[in-house]
Design a protein around this ligand. Structure first.
Ligand code: IPE
Ligand code: IPE
Ligand code: MG
Length: 241
């Protein structure tokens, strides 16, 4: 796979954990645990393939509507993952950012997120954004509110700079597993020109080969950014992307 066609930023809606578990007569939380294994492998594979930014949707603003038991299991899984996974990620050159509204999270989880970010702040190989208690609408609203409070004019540029993902360029490739073809409030602003890729595989089954298929599909797309096909050259695309 030629390096030039590798997306700089890959975003993923990791969907299908619950169905993966239910099909095996297991509790849904077993699917979320298995999904964590898939995520670990995905982070590693993205690094190996030369992806520079990986952004994953781990818990949406709307996921609070799930049964309380499932919500608390997801919080516990996050807390456990922080202590288990961060040392490894740190050693692999991964810089972690948590993206989302933290006020609703427990003190323990909030402290864990801040610690993970501080521990990996010196890394540059792969930026790994974990969207947790994140919603695209929340992000646009919080950015606009912050600009308004500072008395700043709202323009595309100023809003872009105030969003929670302003530290990375927009995603080039947005993958959703689990068969649904919707955004579910993920990256509403940033996905404006992302190439969309939908996989019927449930997230726990989305392995390195499946990721390579998505990367190959991306490599075969022509991104036009509003131009005509004839205008599209590597130089023009670089300028507008
Ligand atoms: C995605 O898997 C993980 C989260 C939303 C936390 P789901 O839990 O939505 O799995 P399905 O869609 O019910 O199979
Ligand atoms: C989107 O999946 C959120 C995450 C993957 C974290 P959902 O399973 O919550 O999406 P809907 O409810 O089917 O749209
Ligand atoms: Mg789902």
């Amino acid at each position: 796979m030629s390096q030039a066609r590798i997306p700089h930023h890959v975003a993923i809606v990791m969907d299908g954990n619950g169905r993966w578990a239910t099909r095996r007569f297991l509790p849904r939380v077993a699917g979320h645990k298995k999904g964590m294994d898939a995520l670990r492998a995905c982070v590693r594979h993205c690094g190996e393939r030369g992806v520079k930014v990986l952004t994953v949707f781990a818990f949406s603003s709307e996921n609070w509507n799930r049964p309380a038991e499932e919500v608390s299991s997801l919080m516990e899984l996050l807390a456990a993952a922080l202590s288990r996974e961060v040392p490894q990620l740190k050693g692999e050159g991964v810089r972690i950012h948590f993206v989302g509204e933290r006020a609703a999270l427990s003190d323990k989880v909030r402290a864990g997120l801040a610690q993970a970010e501080a521990d990996t702040a010196g890394n540059t190989r792969l930026i790994f954004n974990v969207c947790f208690n994140y919603g695209g609408r929340w992000d646009i609203a919080q950015a606009a509110a912050r600009l308004a409070a500072q008395g700043q004019t709202i323009t595309e540029q100023s809003l872009d700079g105030a969003l929670a993902l302003s530290h990375v360029p927009d995603p080039d490739l947005l993958i959703r597993t689990g068969g649904e073809q919707r955004l579910s409030n993920f990256l509403l602003w940033q996905a404006a020109y992302a190439e969309l890729y939908f996989s019927d595989k449930l997230w726990p089954e989305f392995d390195s080969a499946a990721l390579d298929e998505a990367l190959a599909a991306f490599a075969a797309r022509e991104r036009r950014f509003g131009m005509t096909s004839e205008q599209v050259t590597p130089a023009t695309v670089r300028k507008v992307a």
